[in-house]
Design a protein around this ligand. Structure first.
Ligand code: GDP
Ligand code: ZN
Length: 344
């Protein structure tokens, strides 16, 4: 009995919370309508979303004057960091009224396994690797597949070049060479000594970039080196505005003093492969593309079946053993994550 009562009570509470949410949303929308109708809001202008928090976003005007926290018109859906928008200034909050078309979207599953866009309009993904912790080709391939699937240009960035010695030089050079041979850009830098940073900066100018890679490769050090002054942090709000809003881990957009933008958050740094379909993974291996769809059997799993075009490419040396092994590992990991038995 007690249990049932509790359940009913819980259901009532949930309904009450939802009702309150609906009322709040309706009230907000009505207030926005009033503001719009009574001319309390400024003229429409273009802006850039530099941070997002649930139902609100921080928008920077194109003039780069101070950032304004804004509500969203309910028909907008959700906005993410990097979105270019049309908005109207207001007091204390502005209103985002339209979103411009995204050139790219970065997506990942949230805690409930739902795919969510976490940032938009990214031009370049820097895959950061290092001699220590050791760079694994398989991990690089995961990031490359993700970048290929999203249509965002990847650059393989070897950090800690000061730690290249006679023991690891050949391995690292071979690794980078194998990716250059596939047509990818690679770059060696040292955040510590500053070697290669000028070149990196030339890659960052005029782009919106993200840095991804395993923990310990030097992403924080590098980002701190690129953003030496706290005031380059976009989205830094006045104390008054920050009151009542807890610190967020959503993506933030920063302007690099050298030009270009950087979007960063713990979630972005870990950005990977979660939501890929096996076919997407295959297509994410650029050198495999000419052979896809050319196997004798339509459902070929490319495991030495007769007439397998991928196997033939492997034997001819058009595809490397390492990349083939990497593909199999990625596919197997996706399938084990999905609880299926591997077919590869
Ligand atoms: P993250 O986990 O990728 O953000 O890596 P961190 O920025 O925290 O760096 C991990 C460690 O590598 C720290 O001890 C850094 O001081 C060190 N580190 C970063 N960049 C370099 C570099 O270019 N050379 C060397 N030798 N160490 C570096
Ligand atoms: Zn095949």
């Amino acid at each position: 009995m007690a249990r049932r009562k509790l359940t009913r009570r819980q259901a009532w509470r949930i309904e009450k919370i939802q009702q309150e949410r609906r009322t709040r949303a309706h009230k907000r929308e009505t207030q926005l309508d009033t503001q719009l109708n009574e001319g309390e809001l400024g003229a429409e202008q273009e802006g850039l979303v530099v941070a997002h928090y649930g139902t609100m976003v921080d928008i920077e005007p194109v003039t780069k004057t101070s950032v304004r926290r804004c509500h969203l018109r309910s028909n907008l859906g959700s906005l993410v960091t990097g979105d270019r928008v049309i908005w109207r200034n207001g007091n204390p909050h502005g209103v985002a009224v339209a979103v411009l078309q995204r050139s790219s979207e970065l997506m990942r599953p949230d805690n409930h396994g739902q795919i969510k866009t976490i940032a938009a309009n990214i031009d370049c993904i820097f895959i950061v690797i290092a001699p220590y912790p050791r760079a694994y080709a398989n991990l690089i391939d995961r990031y490359l597949v993700a970048a290929e699937t999203l249509g965002i240009k990847p650059v393989i960035l070897l950090n800690k070049s000061d730690r290249i010695d006679n023991d690891n030089r050949e391995t690292m050079e071979q690794l980078l060479l194998s990716y250059r041979n596939l047509g990818y850009r690679t770059l060696s830098i040292s955040t510590k000594s500053g070697q290669g940073l000028e070149r990196l900066i030339s890659y960052l100018i005029d782009c919106t970039s993200i840095f991804v890679g395993q923990s310990g490769v030097g992403k924080s050090s590098l980002i701190n080196a690129l953003l030496p002054h706290a005031n380059t942090r976009v989205g830094k709000l006045s104390e008054a505005l920050q009151k009542g809003t807890h610190t967020t881990t959503t993506a933030q957009l920063f302007h690099l003093p050298v030009g270009g933008n950087l979007i960063d958050s713990p979630g972005i740094r870990e950005f990977g492969l979660w939501h890929m379909e096996p076919q997407q993974v295959l297509e994410g291996f650029v050198e495999f593309r000419p052979f896809l769809g050319r196997c004798k059997f339509r459902d070929c799993a490319h495991r030495r079946e007769p007439g397998c075009a991928i196997e033939q490419a492997l034997l001819r040396g058009d595809i490397s053993r390492e990349r083939m092994g990497s593909l199999r590992q990625i596919l197997a990991s996706l399938e084990s994550a999905a609880g299926k038995t591997s077919n590869y």
